[in-house]
Design a protein around this ligand. Structure first.
Ligand code: UDP
Ligand code: MG
Length: 335
C-alpha cells in the first residue's frame, strides 16, 4: 500500500525525548551549529544566548550564523556577536535565497564531527541537541526531530502541514518522515555526501532521508515563536512543497500517464458508441456531451503538459549550473 500515514513509525525508529539517556561526555568531538537567519533582529541575540547557555557543557563548538539577505539589522547583530565570541562564523548571502539555501551555505562551511541545524527563532529547544548527540554517539548518522505537539501554531498551518506530509509521502514513496522539519543532527559523513549532491532544487530533509545510513527520530515538543513573526510566507511554503514533490519524485508524471490512459479509454468507448449510433441510424444527442467531453480531455491534456513543464523547467534551471547561492561576505577568522 502506498498511502499509509504513519509509515515513518514503522520505517524509522522514533524515540521519545525523555527516554534518551543524558549525554555523559561533553568532549572528544566538535559540534557545528548551523543557524539560518532571515530578518531575525528581534530574536537573534536572545536566541544566541540561550543556545550558548543550553549547550555550554560542550567543549568544542562552532556556531555558523547565516544571514539570508535580511533587510533589517540581522547582519550587524551577527558581526556584533562574532566580535564577542570567536566560536562564531558569520556568512552573509547576497540576497534572500530561502531557508534551504541558507542552511546549505552553513553546511558547506562547517567542519564539526556532527552538525546540528536549528532555526533562529528557538521553536526547537536547543537542549534536545544534547539528546541527539547522545544517540549520535550510539552510532546513528541522522537524528531528526519529530514534533509531538505543535504548540502555538495556527489551525490552518497544522492542517496544511498535515495535508502536505500525506501528499508528500504518497508522492515520494514514503521515505520522508512525517512532522519533521530541518531540526536535526547529522554526522560529518552525511554532510560530506550532501556536499556531493549539486542539485539546485534543494529539499534537505528529503535529500538526507535519501542518503540512508542509520536514521532515527527524537520526539519532542515544539514551542511557539517568542519574538518576531514567521518568515515562511505562504508563497515560500508552496515553493518548498513544490520542490519536495517535483525534485523528488516522478510520480506526478506517472499519474499523468494513468489519467491520460483513462481518459483515452473513455474516449475510445465514446467513439465506438458514436459509430454504432451512426450505423443504426439513431441521431446522437448533441452539444452538452460534446462540450463536456472536449473540456474534460483538454483539461487532462493541459494539466499533463503543465506537469511536464514543471520538470522541464527544473531541468533547465539545473542545466545552467549556477551556484545555489552567493556569499557576499563572511566574518574573518580570529578577528
Ligand atoms: N529563514 C531563512 N530564509 C527565509 C525564511 C526563513 O533563512 O527565506 C529562516 C528563519 O530565519 C528561521 C528559519 O528559517 O531561522 C525558519 O523560519 P520560520 O521560523 O519563520 O519558519 P516556521 O517555523 O514558521 O516554519
Ligand atoms: Mg519558526
Amino acid at each position: 500500500m502506498i498511502f499509509k500515514s504513519d509509515l515513518d513509525q514503522g520505517k524509522y525508529q522514533i524515540i521519545s525525548e525523555e527516554l534518551v539517556p543524558e549525554l555523559d561526555k561533553y568532549d572528544g568531538f566538535k559540534l557545528s551549529l548551523v543557524i539560518p537567519c532571515f530578518n531575525e533582529e528581534e530574536t537573534l541575540l536572545h536566541s544566541f544566548n540561550k543556545i550558548v547557555n543550553d549547550l555550554h557543557l560542550i567543549k568544542d563548538i562552532e556556531l555558523i550564523l547565516v544571514d539570508d539577505g535580511s533587510s533589517d539589522s540581522t547582519w550587524k547583530i551577527i558581526l556584533d556577536i562574532k566580535s564577542k565570541d570567536n566560536r562564531v562564523k558569520g556568512i552573509k548571502l547576497s540576497r534572500n535565497f530561502g531557508h534551504q539555501y541558507a542552511v546549505t551555505a552553513g553546511l558547506l562551511s562547517c567542519n564539526g564531527d556532527c552538525i546540528a541545524i536549528i532555526d533562529a527563532d528557538l521553536q526547537d529547544p536547543p537542549k534536545v541537541i544534547l539528546k541527539m548527540i547522545s544517540l549520535w554517539k550510539k552510532g546513528h548518522y541522522v537524528i531528526f526531530g519529530k514534533r509531538k505537539k505543535r504548540r502555538g501554531e495556527s489551525f490552518f498551518k497544522i492542517i496544511t502541514a498535515n495535508i502536505f506530509y500525506k501528499f508528500l509521502n504518497f508522492l515520494s514513496g514514503d521515505f520522508i518522515p512525517r512532522d519533521t522539519g530541518d531540526f536535526r543532527l547529522i554526522d560529518k559523513e552525511i554532510n560530506d555526501i550532501l556536499k556531493q549532491m549539486p542539485e539546485y532544487d534543494r529539499f534537505l530533509r528529503g535529500m538526507i532521508a535519501w542518503i540512508g545510513f542509520s536514521q532515527v527520530g527524537i520526539e519532542y515538543n515544539r514551542d511557539k515563536r517568542e519574538y518576531g513573526e514567521t518568515k515562511y510566507t505562504f508563497k515560500k511554503m508552496i515553493s518548498l512543497a513544490a520542490s519536495a514533490i517535483f525534485s523528488f519524485s516522478l510520480k506526478p508524471l506517472r499519474l499523468a500517464i494513468v489519467l491520460g490512459s483513462l481518459s483515452a479509454g473513455i474516449a475510445i468507448s465514446i467513439v465506438l458508441y458514436a459509430i454504432t449510433m451512426k450505423i443504426f441510424g439513431t441521431p446522437i444527442p448533441g452539444w452538452t456531451t460534446l462540450t463536456v467531453l472536449i473540456s474534460f480531455f483538454s483539461g487532462v491534456q493541459l494539466v499533463s503538459i503543465g506537469l511536464l513543464g514543471e520538470y522541464v523547467g527544473r531541468a533547465f534551471i539545473q542545466g545552467k549550473y549556477r551556484p545555489q547561492f552567493i556569499i557576499e561576505e563572511t566574518t574573518k577568522e580570529n578577528e
